[in-house]
Design a protein around this ligand. Structure first.
Ligand SMILES: [Zn+2]
Length: 237
């Protein structure tokens, strides 16, 4: 199935410019590893950024010799080129896509290369069961102070009752699939489900294999029903 749900343009642009939040950048890098469309878009944005940096530096150099512009132009150029090169360095590497088998399957190829840098070996991931049918693994990234990043592992057929969000949430599907009943959308491997304070939805995990997501959430979810609220609190969502 082709990827249908992509990051918002501003998140692609922030990634390309090297100014994004690390968790969101990691979501974008993992998505782009699996999505040729977004990879091409990021490359185009980076080229545009590089061309603009070069043009800006040339305009600075046009200043009269001895002027402030002339004195600072080489410094500005270095900073801008350095920033562009750093962004290029972070371009995701394409990883061959290989579907996992039933019941979780082969986890190794499930995780895109940018994410693997932050994970132990797949067999060493200490999944923590948070609810029947749902497990979680929190990513520890030294020095990271942004929204928490975690993996979710959800059993096929699991229903996730109606809930809202208090902040932005990014769920990148790495294995299996999610059906969003409210928004009438299906998210398969590589698709990004984005929610914010305006999103209220009920979900279910598609039958077949376990669903694994890489998720970044600014805040916990807000369930409409007291029972769901209790369950989400217990799960730490
Ligand atoms: Zn995409």
């Amino acid at each position: 199935m082709p990827i249908e749900h992509h990051p918002l343009p501003e998140h692609l642009a922030e990634y390309a410019a090297g100014v994004g939040e690390i968790g969101v950048d990691l979501v974008v890098a993992c998505h782009a590893t699996l999505c040729p469309t977004c990879r091409a878009e990021i490359e185009a944005m980076e080229q545009l950024g590089g061309a603009m940096a070069e043009r800006g530096a040339n305009e600075h150099r046009a200043g009269p010799p001895g002027s402030v512009e002339a004195a600072t132009s080489s410094f500005d150029m270095d900073a801008l080129v350095g920033k562009t090169l750093r962004a290029v360095d972070r371009l995701p590497v394409q990883v061959p896509v290989q579907a996992g088998g039933p019941g979780g399957g082969v986890l190794g190829p499930v995780f895109p290369a940018p994410l693997r840098a932050y994970l132990p070996a797949p067999s060493d991931i200490a999944w923590r069961r948070v609810l029947p049918g749902a497990a979680r693994f929190d990513l520890e990234v030294p020095g990271h102070r942004g929204p928490p990043m975690h993996l979710k592992k959800l059993q096929p057929g699991l229903r996730i009752p109606q809930h809202g969000h208090r902040g932005q949430e990014f769920d990148l599907v790495l294995q299996g699939g999610i059906k969003d009943h409210t928004r009438a959308r299906v998210f398969d491997r590589g698709d990004l489900s984005y929610a914010d304070a305006s999103t209220e939805h009920a979900l279910s995990i598609l039958p077949g294999e376990e669903c694994i997501t890489f998720s970044v959430a600014e805040a916990s979810v807000e369930a409409s029903h007291w029972l769901a609220r209790m369950l989400y609190r217990k799960a730490g969502w």
